[in-house]
Ligand binder design. Sequence first.
Ligand code: RIB
Length: 307
Amino acid sequence: MSGHICVVGSLNIDIAARVERMPAPGETVGGFDMKIHPGGKGGNQAVAAARMGGSVSIIGAVGNDDFGRMRKGWLESEGVDTSLVRVDGSAPTGTALITVDGSGQNSIIVIPGANGAIRPEHIEAARHRIASSALLICQLEIPVDAVSAAIRIAAENGTPVLLNPAPACPLERDLLSSVDFLVPNEIEAAQMSGIEVTDVDSAVAAAEKFHDMGTRNVVITMGSRGAMISHAGRVRHWNAHNVKVVDTTAAGDSFIGAFAASLMEGRSLEEAVEVAIFASAITVTRHGAQSSLPIRSEVEEAMVEWR
Ligand code: RIB
């Protein structure tokens, strides 16, 4: 594989704050270090791939507001083609309210705004870009019928599909059978397969279910437990790198962008997973979403120094 990556997905502005611990229901806790970051899984994955040297465009939507102009500008400054980002006059730019606790774990509330107004016909209008790309990447932060339209166009044109099913929701077998690379985290894998993913064996069992539904390659990211791949009757697991975690936001996005960019360079599936594990390990040592994504030279250095 080599060539252009087309991302179809969400664009948010993240309003993030740090807390020592998450509040219990009804409780007020003090927070600190409030920041406004570019976010949204679609935008983050596009930037993650671009920072790894990929040629990337995104199909998505922002509102006709300051957040929308900021989000688009932040993508363009990373070299991501935004010519197919629609400005929706009827909905505000998507936002995410993020809290990160003292152990680096986050909780996220997403208000979709313009992301939620993306329709299959908007995707259809961008058919040429999906058809001419070497890889389509989707997530589930825009309506499922729009994601289905993108995957259908890709299938009709022989464009391989990477689906990050986040946040997870039930998906038709038809759609999953058009997915070449399914990349859930352990929670999404459990929600979609009905198998609680707590270790490598249960991840393998979940992957089997996805294969039964027609998905060719399954990569499950498992946070501190590393990542595994199941493809062509082979399973391989990697441990996570031992780093000081300050914020797990966008760790999955970083993984997917680096994985996709590596595939586009002609690396094997297993090599691409290895690169992606280094990229996401760097991401969790930094705060923010797009702002925490590593550039290629940082990943290459880690691959030499951490081995
Ligand atoms: O994956 C992290 C992202 O999820 C954040 O940037 C937030 O916007 C939500 O979409």
